[in-house]
Write a protein that binds this ligand. Structure first.
Ligand code: ADP
Ligand code: ADP
Ligand code: ZN
Length: 219
């Protein structure tokens, strides 16, 4: 199965993708995480991506598409994956269709997670990430047991530089799924809208229910 999670920054895509990947035994492919790893390694890709991420803009399609194609060529992606934060443009959506088609596969469902701007801003301003395992926390909604320490791996929790209010505004300006991107999936009945404003468990339930519904039809 190949699932994709669409939605503006901060709607809970990463949180939900981790849970669904675990529940369904799917590989989790998060382009934001891949770019952050490249930045940490200070690779050529990382330096290029950073210049866009710092401004709240999208990394160019060409670079992003090449990175994802390399990832889905790995053996662990053969049985399926959940894409989190990809595709974000129509160009990326077309490239993904084509890449999967070449492998005799297809996107089975696109889950569009929505939330109001107020909710998004509150979520991003309280977000903390583990620098060891990437687990996602929130000051109010998903606090760690011990302040600044990851429950799972004891790693240090950090805030993302691009979760500062000024960059969040830019991300909301540049990174909402476009009408064209949503139409790409809606037009072929692959799109399901999910209300992302409920608590974390409620959103997971809604996502899993939508996935169950189409699972019967999947090869
Ligand atoms: P969020 O969790 O806020 O949705 P991500 O962690 O997914 O953000 O992405 C962080 C940054 O990485 C984005 O602001 C953007 O610069 C870049 N990025 C991630 N995915 C893509 C993509 N599919 N296309 C272009 N840029 C991307
Ligand atoms: P995205 O990947 O879409 O940017 P994240 O999964 O990183 O979103 O979530 C953004 C922040 O909101 C994190 O701090 C996360 O703990 C918190 N969060 C995610 N889902 C919910 C929810 N349903 N209710 C409350 N907080 C949430
Ligand atoms: Zn951790």
């Amino acid at each position: 199965m190949y699932l994709i999670l669409l939605g503006p920054p901060g709607t809970g895509k990463g949180t939900q993708a981790k849970r669904i990947a675990e529940r369904l035994g799917l590989l989790h492919i998060a382009t934001g995480d891949m770019f952050r790893e490249a930045v940490q390694q200070d690779s050529e890709l990382g330096r290029l991506a950073k210049s866009y991420m710092d401004r709240g803009e999208l990394v160019p399609d060409e670079v992003t598409i090449a990175m994802v194609e390399e990832r889905i060529d790995q053996p662990d992606a053969r049985e399926g994956a959940i894409f989190d934060g990809y595709p974000r443009t129509l160009e990326q959506a077309r490239a993904l269709d084509e890449a999967l088609r070449r492998r005799d596969k297809a996107v089975d469902i696109a889950l569009h997670v929505t939330a109001s701007d107020d909710v998004i801003v509150r979520r991003l301003s309280g977000r903390w990430l583990c620098d060891g395992c990437g687990e996602i926390y929130h000051e109010q909604h998903r606090p760690p047991k011990q302040e600044s320490k990851c429950d799972g791996c004891d790693g240090q929790l950090k805030q993302r530089a691009d979760d500062k209010p000024a960059v969040v505004r830019e991300r909301l300006r540049h990174q909402r799924p476009s009408v064209e991107l949503l139409a790409h999936y809606r037009d072929r009945d692959d799109l399901v809208d999910i209300d992302g404003e409920g608590d974390i468990d409620a959103v997971t339930r809604d996502l899993l229910a939508a996935i169950e519904k189409i699972k019967a039809t999947v090869r």
